[in-house]
Design a protein around this ligand. Structure first.
Ligand SMILES: [Zn+2]
Length: 86
């Protein structure tokens, strides 16, 4: 099973372009995975977290799979960027 096929399990109605966006922007694909779980297990967790927010109609942070609460970012990402800007 490749990454697109895996994403299609979670987003069966998505176009190939949307699936491409999801795997590149909402998962660690192609190489940002770490820890002891397999890449597939980690990717499934990331896809599931993203799908929960999408299904709930929530805005998703531009930088991670948390709910965006301010300026298109989640609280944590917003805080980090504000510290970097200071
Ligand atoms: Zn974030």
């Amino acid at each position: 099973m490749n990454a697109i096929e895996l994403a299609k399990e979670y987003f069966p109605e998505a176009s190939e372009e949307e699936l491409d966006h999801i795997i590149w922007s909402r998962t660690g694909f192609p190489s940002f995975f770490r820890g002891e779980e397999s890449i597939e297990e980690q990717m499934r967790k990331q896809l599931s977290a993203y799908k929960k927010l999408v299904d709930a109609g929530k805005k998703v942070c531009d930088l991670c799979n948390s709910e965006a609460t301010r300026n298109g970012l989640c609280h944590d990402c917003d805080e980090v960027l504000n510290r970097v800007r200071e």
